[in-house]
Design a protein around this ligand. Sequence first.
Ligand SMILES: [Fe+2]
Length: 352
Amino acid sequence: MRIVKTENISSNMKLAKPIYYQGNILLNTNCDNLYKYRERLLELEVNNVYIEDKISEDIVINNLISEETRLKGKNIIRRVFTDISNNQNINIIQINNFIEELTQEILNNQKVLINLIDLKSYDSYTFDHSVNVAALSLLIAKSLDYNKQKLIKLGVGAILHDIGKISIPKDILNKKTKLNDNEFKAIKKHPSLGYTSIKNHYEISPLSRIIILSHHEKVDGSGYPKGLIGDEIHEFARIVAITDVFDALTSDRCYRKKWSTNKAIDFLIANANSHFDINILNTFIQKVSLYPNGTLVKLSTGAIAVVKKQNKSFPLRPIIRIIKDDLGNELKEPYILNLLEVKNITIIDEIW
Ligand SMILES: [Fe+2]
């Protein structure tokens, strides 16, 4: 299995995972002739799909959470957004139960390096993003040895972190061009607005609420709304600051295409010390596959390969399958190379 850009779908590819659109299955894995749907998928802005083809048939992609859990989480958070905008009570028991399930799934995931590529459809970005930020935050907290109670409080705050965006006009949220000063000012209100909107929900822990209020603070004091510095920002919010930016960068947005895992991690590292807590960031990086299974990569020799498997503790040197030689000629017999055993060859780029 591997991920390809929808524009690169060809007739020898089969769909490996269902494609969802507006909460429903748009195309299932048993569909014949995937190529036939290429134009329609592009029209619907489904930019990437999981496929199975000859070079990827034995490649396993270990996602952080199952598709079932993701869908369930999306529906719950969608409901919360609707309830809050209709001034109705939110079903905190349902949120708590879901976060408990999500926590258990992440605690049970024994994979050392996890593939964090998850295809988010453009139409449901906010809900996908909320579930992802919760899952990624719990992944970090698992490494920090949080107890169950602390994990749940973190998870609830993380899934609700952007609840304040309900109060921001949609044309500003979905603007494709650069925001002007006034629009940026409006966006910057979402943490305080979110915090106020759940103020009377005493069943939500103060520790969960602090995430809603403080997830845009930066460790050097240049964040908002309060300009808190370093440890003044609660650890929960420092975790979500990282997972929020990582997930946003690796998602297709209305104003730019998704970044590769590698590029996103590079951005986080470049902003450690000013924006992010460096210790928490290091914990996160230890868990991420920089070149996830199924990724196409270019090597320093000029050859092209697909990532087959990860080497524990060596995220830059996975086991790969060479599919094009140094001159770019397609190989009739692709072969496996363990980058741990050939130190003079490196991955120089990820190909999308
Ligand atoms: Fe936010």
